[in-house]
Design a protein. Structure first.
Length: 99
């Protein structure tokens, strides 16, 4: 799966044209699918829950390094999604080579 397909998959979780009620963010990668009453981005969902909109991101992925940086929650969702998709692609490549 690539980033375009992942966005399309997540977009199906929301009404057409969904945006964060607080800031207008429309990227389905960062919209919070856990709250059906309110459409919020990760940052504004955290704020409404009394949490920080800043999160720690494992730069190389948590399996590979303990090095982290602090980034906004929306960016964290995007970067983590890209890391996950890259790992899936690498696994598929390794399986294809091994076959």
């Amino acid at each position: 799966m690539n980033l375009i397909n992942e966005r399309a998959r997540r977009a199906k979780m929301f009404p057409r044209g969904a945006r964060c009620e607080d800031c207008g963010e429309s990227d389905p990668i960062v919209l919070d699918a856990s709250n059906v009453c309110h459409i919020l981005c990760a940052e504004h969902s955290a704020i409404r829950q009394g949490k920080s909109p800043i999160e720690q991101h494992h730069v190389a992925g948590w399996r590979y390094s303990t090095v982290t940086i602090f980034i906004p929650a929306n960016m964290h969702r995007r970067l983590t999604t890209m890391q996950r998709l890259r790992a899936q692609a690498m696994n598929r490549n390794h399986e294809a080579i091994a076959a």
